[in-house]
Design a protein around this ligand. Structure first.
Ligand code: HEC
Ligand code: HEC
Ligand code: HEC
Ligand code: HEC
Ligand code: HEC
Length: 449
């Protein structure tokens, strides 16, 4: 009897823990989070950098919103619906952690109920209240926010000797590691477990995740060294950025920048930030190198080598089912007549079907390709360039080549296929800019081969 009673008591005590460990993310009152503008009052430069970054825009980003609402349409499978509803955990994290919106459908149907702070996306007080993570994917962040401006609590960061009259400060190793980024930059299907985005995993298996601190380059080591004119990639210098972290703060050897620029040119431009669009171009232009293989022309084959020299993850990374990175190859005779081409976009910006694209294709579990990630039960294709790795692609030229050919190859990037953007937003609404990541030109004497 005593044992039964003890078991009952033990169960009673552990019950909330069981519930807690299943739902993982505890609830936080919205009023506990502080508006980024308040932080910006003292951290003025950091605030200006973060403003209209993709983190600031994660919730209002038109492409995100239209994709999220589109994926939800017509689903009936409960597991698929669960995934399609889950986007807000990363794209509106303060909303998700404080209870609204918990689901994409709430975001769609009750837009007026969404608090202003939530719309500001991935922001200061979310990242700087983090203490660790339950798991390094799907934004399972452990948080310890303060209680609003009256009692802002502890802000965690890279300094061991930091003092502010406004908030307590604490050194946090987590903030100096790639794991804090990986918490959101690894995305798994909530029901099927399919790996939808693997930027952190790619980095963790790459040569950049070296044990030797001199060789090691974290996400921050590239992305939070980036500033105008300093792309800070694996193929460039990554000089320190001396300055102050706050108005009146002490001089510091390095202030981590907060532009958070990747490859997105279109969305910052739409929000009037030409600087970040230019920085994204600069970053993309220091990511890859391409060269020509002309040793197999006797077989009418021309090869292109694509090397990932600048990114700490695969090229491309992140949303690789949607991003387009492709090879455009044009071969002419000496008079300038085109004798072969591949990957040349038409006047609408659409690509020929045989274009060499580096991307991921998801499947429905039975081998059929799906474009809605909510239905992604398997990975059918994953053809991309590993960090510090390379890929070779061959093209077969037509018979009867002239004596000399001029080869022009370009590695091109845009955030999505133009066809998809036209389907989602309507034709002519958004023309995605195409960035030339790398190019090579060569005149080759065919006879010599
Ligand atoms: C996506 C998460 C994230 C967001 C959003 C973010 N930070 Fe940071 N911040 C970091 C990380 C990570 C570091 C430390 C990097 C390291 O040590 O490798 C940092 C460093 C800092 C520092 C120390 C000084 C420096 O820059 O090195 C301050 C101050 C700071 N952030 C303030 C802010 C403010 C203010 C905002 C909002 C305008 C903000 N942060 C938004 C992640 C974030
Ligand atoms: C009244 C001015 C003021 C406000 C408002 C303010 N800070 Fe600070 N903060 C400072 C000063 C000063 C420092 C010290 C800078 C240094 O040590 O170089 C600092 C340091 C930090 C650090 C570094 C902590 C460490 O140990 O590495 C972080 C992170 C930070 N603040 C985040 C925030 C966030 C997030 C907000 C908004 C919720 C905020 N701050 C609001 C003045 C302020
Ligand atoms: C709370 C979740 C979260 C955390 C933590 C986070 N990110 Fe992000 N990040 C996002 C989301 C969501 C987007 C995409 C927003 C969009 O495109 O609408 C994004 C976008 C980016 C982009 C821009 C990508 C592009 O295509 O231009 C970069 C770069 C980036 N993050 C780097 C980092 C780094 C570095 C860290 C760690 C210091 C980090 N992120 C931590 C959620 C997060
Ligand atoms: C060695 C430098 C380097 C490191 C380390 C690095 N990146 Fe990048 N990152 C780049 C370059 C260069 C690009 C631009 C090419 C591209 O878009 O992939 C980029 C692009 C991105 C993008 C945009 C991808 C796209 O095409 O939509 C995201 C998101 C991103 N990085 C996140 C991260 C995260 C998270 C980490 C750590 C897990 C990280 N990066 C580590 C250099 C780096
Ligand atoms: C675990 C975190 C996480 C979840 C959940 C998540 N995303 Fe994202 N999302 C990201 C990150 C990180 C990026 C940036 C990656 C990159 O730039 O390649 C991103 C980028 C995007 C973009 C690109 C926006 C642009 O302007 O290029 C779209 C669209 C998007 N997500 C849609 C969705 C939809 C729809 C869902 C839900 C079905 C979803 N995301 C769920 C983290 C997440």
């Amino acid at each position: 009897m005593k044992r039964i009673l003890l078991t009952a008591i033990a169960l009673f005590i552990s019950y909330p823990l069981i519930i807690f460990s299943c739902s993982k993310i505890p609830h936080f009152e919205l009023s506990r989070f502080i508006q980024p503008e308040i932080c910006g009052g003292c951290h003025d430069e950091i605030y200006e950098q973060w403003k209209t970054s993709m983190h600031n825009l994660s919730h209002v980003d038109e492409l995100y919103r239209v994709a999220a609402f589109h994926y939800l349409k017509g689903l009936t499978d409960p597991d698929e619906i669960k995934e399609a509803e889950h986007c807000v955990v990363c794209h509106a994290p303060i909303g998700y952690f404080s209870g609204f919106p918990k689901k994409v459908s709430q975001e769609r149907d009750n837009a007026s109920k969404i608090a202003e702070i939530v719309k500001k996306g991935v922001q200061c007080d979310f990242c700087h209240s983090a203490t660790g993570a339950y798991a390094i994917y799907n934004n399972q962040m452990k948080l310890d926010p303060g209680y609003g401006e009256a009692n802002p609590g502890i802000k965690r960061g890279p300094f061991k000797d930091s003092h502010s009259d406004f908030h307590k400060s604490e050194f946090s190793e987590f903030h100096t590691s790639s794991e804090i980024c990986g918490v959101c930059h690894d995305v798994r299907h909530v029901a099927f477990g399919t790996k939808l985005e693997t930027t952190y995993e790619e980095w963790s298996k790459s040569p950049y995740n070296a044990k030797d601190p001199k060789e090691r380059v974290t996400c921050q080591g590239c992305h939070m060294y980036h500033r105008p004119g300093v792309p800070a990639t694996g193929s460039t210098e990554r000089p320190k950025n001396p300055g102050v972290a706050a108005i009146g703060g002490p001089p510091r050897e390095h202030i981590f920048t907060h532009y958070f620029v990747g490859g997105n040119v279109a969305i910052p431009l739409r929000h009037g930030d030409a600087l970040k669009a230019k920085m994204a171009e600069e970053r993309l232009k220091h990511a890859a190198r391409i060269s020509i293989i002309d040793s197999q022309l006797h077989n009418r084959k021309i090869g292109i080598i694509i090397e990932n020299i600048g990114a700490g993850h695969y090229l491309p990374t992140g949303l690789t089912d949607i991003r387009q990175m492709w090879l455009e190859v044009v071969v002419k005779d000496i008079k300038g007549k085109i004798i072969f081409s591949s990957g040349v976009a038409d006047s609408k910006g659409y690509l020929p079907t045989d274009t060499v694209i580096f991307n991921t294709v998801f499947g429905d579990g039975k081998g059929k390709a799906v474009s809605n990630i909510a239905k992604a039960r398997e990975i059918l294709k994953d053809h991309r360039i590993p960090p510090k790795g390379k890929v070779e692609e061959f093209f077969v030229l037509p018979n009867f080549l002239p004596e000399t050919i001029a080869v022009h190859a370009r590695l091109l990037y845009r955030s999505a296929s133009q066809k998809l953007v036209d389907e989602l937003l309507g034709e002519g609404k958004l023309r995605l800019p195409i960035v030339v990541m790398a190019e090579v030109k060569k005149d080759i004497s065919v006879k010599k081969q």
